[in-house]
Design a binder for this molecule. Structure first.
Ligand code: UFG
Length: 412
């Protein structure tokens, strides 16, 4: 069993959960031994000599006293070896769905990662215990102490509430957590000199757009408090850039879905509100899903969305980080495939992958739901060189199905 995170300063340790042991044992996250901050920062020598492996890549830190952390990364078959400059990245909400997939990718690429998560939605088992700090992003002082301790160069900010429907019932929680929480984080960054942020924004900033696919220049006119809360943070970021020189990339996600192809991570929202995991759950339990309206002006009357694989989304964060740390200016990018699917098309894909009928009923429209959201994704491809790997809906559903089945299986 590997040990907990490395020596926080005394004030910090009284605020943070000790996370003294990993819940799933070393086999779940072997690469953390070499790439987690505990080993690699406490003197590069401590990390040197320990190789770590994961499904795709392995990484080994090289001792470079007082210099930039260098890291050798090689693929499974050792056909390529690259020397990468290890970055020190703080990830808020890193124990959640998209956050944890991004953390895994960062670790696989040899970066030093610190995760801040209050575990209200995320799970300890999604990240190595030695990099996880249980902390609210509203605690500016604790964030400052942590940022100074880990000397992070950039922040990837995922921590937020994400449910459109819930935001229509409890807007106050969305503004408090998503907006005030982000302001606290930005304040800590300014006060500790952290100059770059990759921000989880959303296609919901466009509301009900006048045309589709939606370019980044489309009017910003959210139709629910969730989308509005993300607009407010994008606005703050513009001012923090202008006044404090803090550069940010806002990634406007379309519909994140799928799971780590190796089945180690996946979508575990509680309560679950997203379409694909709900359809898979319906197949497993036999309890019907409600389709929210079939009277929209779309080919089959159901809403159209752009379903983007979580690993492709994670990759966009890494590219955005490279861009900002390489001197790129603040910008906003859609992250979607550019292909739209109706709810009924997703149901058919689930039936094909699982070989079972999806039980469903048609219900009324869900308040705050735009009829169609499909990304124009050319800007991300052209400017940051992003290319989605999993564009086939069947493959996306298959990865989600593998994870859902594993979750539903009786634990031994
Ligand atoms: N849907 C149903 N029944 C359900 C759940 C969803 O019919 O039980 C429908 C919705 O009406 C929508 C589609 O399935 O048409 C997708 O709904 P999700 O709840 O899975 O996702 P949303 O489109 O509401 O929202 C997601 C993210 C947002 C993001 C948005 C952008 O959660 O953060 O995609 O496309 F802003």
């Amino acid at each position: 069993m590997w040990s907990g995170h490395s020596c926080p300063p005394s004030r910090l340790s009284s605020r943070l959960d000790p996370l003294e042991s990993a819940l799933r044992g070393p086999e779940a996250w072997p690469e953390a031994r070499s790439t987690g901050r505990g080993q690699s920062r406490a003197g590069a020598g401590a990390g040197a000599g320990q190789g770590g492996k994961s499904g795709g890549k392995s990484a080994r830190h090289l001792p470079v006293p007082d210099g930039p952390q260098l890291c050798l990364a090689w693929n499974r078959h050792a056909t390529t070896i690259e020397v990468v400059q290890s970055k020190r990245i703080l990830v808020t909400g890193g124990a959640g769905y998209i956050g944890s997939h991004t953390v895994r990718l960062l670790l696989e690429q040899g970066h030093e990662v610190t995760v801040v998560d209050n575990l209200s939605k995320g799970y300890r088992h999604n990240v190595p215990a030695n990099i996880l700090y249980k902390l609210n992003i509203g605690d500016t002082q604790a964030l400052k102490e942590l940022m100074r301790q880990v000397r992070c160069q950039a922040v990837i900010h995922f921590a937020a509430f994400i449910s459109v429907g819930e935001s229509m019932r409890e807007p106050e929680r969305y503004f408090a957590n998503n907006v005030a929480g982000s302001l606290s984080l930005l304040t800590a960054m300014v006060e500790t000199g952290v100059k770059h942020m990759v921000f989880s924004s959303t296609a919901a900033v466009y509301g009900d757009p006048p045309s589709s696919p939606i370019p980044e220049t489309s009017p910003i006119q959210p139709v629910n408090p969730y989308g509005e809360s993300k607009v407010m943070v994008e606005t703050m970021l513009r001012w923090f850039d202008r006044i404090h020189g803090l550069t940010a990339v806002c990634l406007r996600y379309f519909n994140a879905c799928g799971a780590d192809p190796a089945g180690r991570l996946g979508e575990e929202h509680e309560p679950e509100t997203h379409l694909i995991p709900l359809l898979l759950r319906a197949v497993i339990t036999g309890r019907p899903v409600t389709v929210f309206g079939n009277d929209y002006d779309t080919p089959d009357g159901t809403c159209i969305r752009d379903y983007i694989h979580v690993n492709d989304l994670a990759q966009a964060h890494i590219l955005a980080l490279d861009y900002l740390l390489g001197g790129g200016v603040s910008d906003q990018f859609n992250v979607g495939t550019g292909a739209g699917h109706t709810v009924m098309a997703v149901i058919r894909a689930v039936e094909e992958v699982t070989g079972k009928k999806v039980p469903y009923v048609i219900g009324p429209r869900r308040e705050g739901d735009p009829p169609g959201l499909v990304a124009a994704s050319g800007k991300l491809r052209e400017k940051l060189g992003w290319e989605p790997r999993y564009t086939d809906l069947g493959t996306i559903v298959e990865h989600a199905w593998n994870f859902a089945r594993k979750q539903a299986a009786p634990k031994t």
